[in-house]
Design a protein around this ligand. Structure first.
Ligand code: ISL
Length: 565
């Protein structure tokens, strides 16, 4: 049975679970997860109570960026299975009343996509104008350093431009050189994307998570960006949330989603998006998307760049959440997340994965899940999976981390130990090690050698140890998910932040139709004084402390319900 409410805007009462297919469940003994593996774990997910799976890319890909470089949008990579396997996944999910959201990566393709292979072959090719081709800087000789059309750096180190001798031009790649950016100015490109999306919807998928979708409309003047410590320019101001973004999304909505009977979940991944943009795009009367992923909160511990990590000030986090809750309160909608396949594990990042592992994992979950919006659980988060003690660059697999290490150590002369420490804190592979099902050597993920090492703590942190234990992180996630399904105030209620200046307590209320929920949590390692309470305690992560008034134990989280006049 479906838990979320059927019908229009069903995604408002849903909880989404993100599956990173490489690392979820291997079924054929090659050390890489696959679609039949996911199917074999659906009862686990159904039992947890989630309504929707967002599946990271399983399309054909050379896997330069683990599938975010797609060479065929309409086929499944043999590593993950077949189209018949995806049909089976859809059928098995639907049979359980659950839904499937696919990843849509259309800011760029793989350089091995047939469109790009043709495009790079010459200026007269059929797909000549499908990518962002530009001539060298005036007066410069193409292919030589400094001749690039502008100074932008790529997210994965180095220049964002690659020389193509066959055309005597450069192509833009905001990510790796194997991820050329599509030219969204070309209506034929947009048509091809919409047609592809329609075929997936016809196949039965229930929505899309849209990868860096706010990068599709660039400032076509392509101005140089401010020079960063890497020596490259910051192109962000010129390609994020560009002039035609909303127009393109409106066109996509009209060409793909409007006129269909079903309502779909659409979530746009939007680095650097503002609450104002989100409010426009997710306005239930006039918007184009169900919700967006914004990055403000997960950037709060970064001091001038991803690899320079500082302490989080809880007050900044509360201010950020409150700002987004407020901006999207009337007609918009939030996504709520701590983790995904690009972020370090939350219990290690802003919790305490040593002395207060259970309490901090569950407290952080509580303050997120009771907010207004659609919560996302990233695989293993419901088990309190932690960051990984990577002690050697050879243990990492992520192109971003590997390129950063090479640039920082070889080019900029940074200390290898310092670079590794930053990668341990922020590297994306923290999220990408195998799902920890059991204490066995392959963690129940694989019988072979996994493509990336299993976190050694799987002997302690695993699903087998937690499912069925009412005192586990898993059980707490399950209760939070159930509460959202049972109590309309969690879905609909107004949000009000309390104690904004308190450095340790995270507290807010949700209120609708005479009922008020109070969430109060101590997000610190110390016991704190706190008087906030309500009529009845609905849920707590530390039941043994529940009777104590006026005080919260380290990482204690409580939810109260009260009747209000
Ligand atoms: O993690 C990041 C790099 O520091 C983010 O900037 C990330 O690259 C950005 O959020 C975009 O992410 C998405 O697109 C990338 C892909 O590598 C990520 O896995 C995906 O989530 C390119 O497709």
């Amino acid at each position: 049975m479906s838990h979320s409410q059927p019908g229009r805007e069903w995604w408002r009462s849903a909880v989404v679970y993100q599956v990173y297919p490489r690392s979820f469940q291997d079924s054929d003994g090659d050390g890489i997860g696959d679609i039949p593996g996911i199917v074999s774990r659906l009862d686990y997910l159904h039992d947890l109570g989630v309504d929707v799976i967002w599946l990271s890319p399983v399309y054909r890909s050379p896997h330069d960026d683990n599938g975010y470089d797609i060479s065929d949008y309409e086929d499944i990579d043999p590593t993950f299975g077949t189209l018949a396997d995806i049909d089976e996944l859809i059928a098995q999910l639907h049979a359980r009343g659950m839904k499937l959201v696919m990843d849509l990566v259309v800011n760029h393709t793989s350089d091995e996509h047939a469109w790009f292979v043709d495009s790079r072959s010459g200026r007269d090719a059929e797909h000549a104008d499908w990518y962002m081709w530009r001539d060298p800087r005036p007066g410069a000789v193409g292919g030589r350093p400094g001749a690039e059309p502008n100074n932008w750096g790529s997210f994965f180190s180095g220049s964002a431009w690659e020389w193509e001798p066959a055309r005597g031009q450069y192509y833009l790649h905001l990510f790796s050189r194997k991820q050329p950016d599509l030219n969204w100015e070309n209506p034929v490109v947009r048509r091809a994307v919409y047609d592809m999306m329609n075929r997936w919807l016809d196949r039965g998928v229930d929505g899309f998570r849209m990868d860096v979708i706010n990068f599709i409309s660039k400032d076509l003047a392509l101005p140089d960006g401010e020079v960063l410590p890497t020596g490259f320019g910051d192109g962000m101001p010129f390609f994020r949330s560009g002039p035609r973004l909303q127009e393109f999304l409106a066109e996509m909505k009209a060409e793909v989603f409007d006129g269909r009977e079903q309502d779909y979940l659409t979530v746009g991944e939007m680095p650097d998006a503002t609450p104002e943009l989100a409010a426009r795009l997710t306005d239930s009367r006039t918007g184009q998307l169900s919700m967006i992923f914004q990055f403000e909160h997960v950037g709060l511990d970064q001091i001038g760049g991803k690899w320079n990590v500082g302490e989080l000030d809880l007050r900044d986090l509360k201010r950020s959440f409150a700002r987004w809750q407020e901006a999207l309160a009337e007609h918009g909608w939030n996504s709520l997340y701590w983790n995904n396949h690009d972020q370090p594990r939350i219990v290690s990042r802003w919790g305490n994965d040593r002395e207060h592992w259970y309490a901090s994992a569950t407290a952080l979950a509580t303050v997120l899940h009771l907010q207004r919006g659609t919560p996302y659980v990233y695989q293993g988060e419901e088990l309190g999976m932690t960051n990984v003690p990577f002690d050697d660059i050879g243990a990492l697999r992520d192109i971003e981390s590997i390129n950063h290490y090479a640039t920082a150590v070889d080019l900029l002369g940074h200390e290898p130990e310092d670079v590794l420490a930053a990668l341990r804190a922020m590297g994306r592979d923290n999220a990408r090690t195998p799902m920890q099902w059991t204490a066995e050597p392959g963690a129940g993920f694989t019988s072979a050698t996994p493509w990336i090492g299993v976190n050694p703590n799987h002997e302690r942190v695993n699903a087998a140890a937690q499912v069925g234990d009412p005192g586990s992180v898993w059980a707490h996630y399950r209760r939070l998910i159930a509460l959202r399904h049972e109590d309309p105030v969690v879905v609909q209620g107004d949000f009000r932040m309390l104690l904004p200046d308190d450095p340790a307590v995270f507290a807010y209320t949700r209120e609708a139709e005479g009922t008020r929920l109070l969430v109060v949590a101590n997000l610190s390692d110390d016991t704190v004084e706190c008087d906030l309470a309500g009529d009845r305690l609905v849920l707590t992560n530390l039941p043994e402390h529940a009777g104590v008034g006026g005080r919260l134990a380290p990482w204690e989280a409580r939810i109260y319900r009260s009747t209000v006049a």
